[in-house]
Write a protein that binds this ligand. Sequence first.
Ligand code: ATP
Length: 323
Amino acid sequence: MITATSIDVHELTKDYGAVRAADGLTFRVEPGRVTGFLGPNGAGKSTTMRIVLGLDRPDSGTATVGGRPYRAYDEPLRHVGALLDAGAAHGARTARDHLLCLALSNRVPASRVDEVLAESGLASAAKRRVRTFSLGMRQRLGIAAALLGDPPVLMLDEPANGLDPEGIIWIRTLMKRLAGEGRTVLVSSHLMAETALTADHLVVLGRGRLLADMSMNAFIEEHSRPRVRVRTTEPERLRSELTRAGLTTEPDGPDHWAVDGATPEEVGTLAARHGIPLLELADDKASLEQAYLRLTADEAEYTAAVPAGASEAKTANTAKQEV
Ligand SMILES: Nc1ncnc2c1ncn2[C@@H]1O[C@H](COP(=O)(O)OP(=O)(O)OP(=O)(O)O)[C@@H](O)[C@H]1O
């Protein structure tokens, strides 16, 4: 159901010359949770966000906020706060003046400017010209601008870009708080570990198409294979019994085996049947990164070449750096 603060993308298609940046995309971003917007380079995330903000026109389909096109809002900053391009601020203006201009044109009280400067950690740099800002400071300013109108909907394109560790914790906490307040939060990221800590729900694109739209837990569950980690006093005997049962094992530390495609119940029962003592038996939960790489393996347009003879593990590492 379209709500007053949902972002609704319907049958969205956008071509740039021969490149189809969005290919019949349909999804809804719901309020009250952080939705991670994932996909390899060039998957269409920024294009979709730009179209939602009316900065680009789709060839077909619609994108609305609260059931209305962004352009239909008189004071859009009070409805949707967005961080798309942190370099967008006018370099000759001070941070405070930049925010003040935005506030005035959206009937946001000037007092909000100092509030968001303080919230984003820029209070002491308020009177500095934006062109003297570091990447992380620009990013903080972009986030401050997104918060200015106290909007119920936030769209942030890679907000952690350039932030220092304190800044990353700040943005993580901020997004969770905003969602906890019932706002709609859509955040694109290539940082899987960070997304795993922040997002409740995921929308994943690949080459302009929707690959997944589901909860974080369901996504990891659906796109990973079960795996068990086991430690025993009789590693060789356990391995031969596991192999006999058709399971693949690989060493995972002293006296440890990782058993692919198996559940703790299967491995525990098998060990008990053969009287093999187990010292540890754990469900080796896949990470978001593993699940994501598995889903998007065939969707990444720009991947580094893998040197001949590289092992699968090396391939995974190369892909990790790509994400
Ligand atoms: N203004 C434009 N002109 C031409 N091609 C464009 C334009 N904007 C985007 N594209 C192309 O559309 C595709 C989708 O790009 P987009 O920036 O939306 O991807 P993305 O998922 O945000 O990628 P990234 O993670 O690298 O930021 C890419 O192939 C890109 O080159």
